[in-house]
Design a protein around this ligand. Structure first.
Ligand code: SF4
Length: 389
């Protein structure tokens, strides 16, 4: 079966087509001929592109990365997607060469609080590859772009279309939802079959020119109008062309994700003090938050009292190679990491002596004020702030 036929074989063409036509009539809009109400048909595509781009002209948000088509800024924005962080990042590291020359610690410090630290490390590695293999120029061919660390099909499409106006499709969370609803795709869009259908739609939707503007318009409608829980169909520029709306199926498309089972975890974090300094270690590449600095942190069971003190002492000896005298509890912080609901109990402790073995990774004794120069996790920063307040 051809890709095209695979893509449309599940479309509830006739019922939806009639309903879309009836809706058009009810709203007294210019009559569409039947071809225009067939999703992904030539006339439907023309109407879709026109409506979408007209809407974007009036409603596009003024986002900092939209003020230029500089490929570096487009790239960073696609990885980062946070206005405040983006501004600070590109102000500090304004070019690919600056990013490549930066220390990983500086990159992680600029990224701190955003999460997904792997993305920051990959962005940094990719900048170095661009300098080494592409003379510092961001490549323009899709294969070279996709071979860079941290750049998949979506990010490559977004960068090449937005920065260079190449006719490259995109598919990310907002457009997955938008396309699934437009086409009435009721199966799971995350499966291989679902991805094939939606990528095929992304390719066919693209106009011959202005691909960057068009892709941004798709993402904008997806994030501002066709929202996950309550899409604003009344304000939607392509409502007349939408199968889910015609079928009243917006709430069921895309297929809701199965609920994730949350798991409660208890962790401890120990601030070991020694002559006005505190002990931090750099998290290793196989750990969560690799590359960030942290106080010795580990999972604890239900122990309390003496059993808990013993556990703190032995864990810190293993992780950091120091013997401690556990002190009072400094704070309890609740936070989430993926499906884990973590209760983090933070303790103070005094350094007693070094123990042999157990030391794992880089260690530093820092004055609390010096912690501001080091990238920490969000909870690590909260603890660091308590130490200087
Ligand atoms: Fe999404 Fe509603 Fe627009 Fe359809 S009509 S694309 S469901 S906002």
């Amino acid at each position: 079966m051809s890709d095209h036929r695979q893509a449309i074989r599940w479309l509830p063409q006739f019922g939806s087509t009639l309903r879309i036509a009836a809706e058009m009539k009810k709203r007294n809009l210019r009559k569409l001929n039947s071809a225009e109400t067939t999703p992904l048909g030539a006339a439907w595509l023309r109407a879709f592109r026109r409506r979408l781009l007209n809407w974007y002209t009036r409603h596009a948000r003024d986002l900092p990365w939209r003020r230029s088509r500089d490929v570096y800024r487009v790239w960073v924005s696609e990885i980062m997607l946070q206005q405040a962080y983006f501004k600070r990042f590109v102000a500090t590291l304004p070019t690919i060469a600056d990013l490549a020359a930066a220390d990983e610690q500086e990159v992680l410090r600029l990224w701190e609080g955003l999460g997904y630290y792997r993305r920051a490390r990959q962005l940094h590695r990719a900048a170095r590859e661009i300098v080494e293999r592409h003379d510092g120029q961001f490549p323009r061919d899709i294969d070279s772009v996709r071979s860079l660390p941290g750049i998949g099909r979506y990010t490559a499409g977004a960068i090449l279309s937005i920065a260079f106006d190449q006719r490259a499709p995109i598919l990310e969370a907002n457009t997955i939802r938008l396309f699934a609803r437009l086409l009435g795709y009721r199966d799971d869009p995350k499966t291989t079959a679902g991805q094939r259908v939606l990528w095929d739609a992304a390719v066919r939707l693209l106009p011959r020119s202005n691909a960057g503007r068009f892709n941004q318009a798709l993402m904008e409608v997806g994030s501002l109008v066709c929202t996950p829980k309550v899409p604003d169909c009344e304000a939607c520029p392509v409502a007349m062309l939408c199968t889910a709306r015609a079928d009243g199926a917006q709430a069921n498309i895309p297929l809701p994700k199965p609920r994730q089972r949350l798991e409660a975890v208890r962790e401890a974090c120990v601030v070991v003090r020694r002559r006005g300094r505190v002990l931090v270690r750099r998290r290793t590449p196989d750990e969560r938050w690799a590359g960030l600095w942290d106080f010795p942190r580990f999972e604890i069971d239900a122990a309390n009292g003496i059993a808990l003190r013993r556990m703190l002492t032995s864990a810190v000896a293993n992780i950091a190679g120091v013997q401690i005298q556990p002190g009072p509890r400094l704070a309890t912080i609740k936070h989430g990491v993926t499906r884990f609901r973590i209760t983090l109990e933070c303790f103070e402790a005094e350094y007693v002596d070094a123990v042999s073995g157990g030391q794992n990774g880089d260690m530093k004794w820092l004055r609390p004020a010096e912690l501001s120069d080091y990238p920490l996790s969000t909870t690590g920063r909260k603890i660091a702030d308590l130490l200087v307040s």
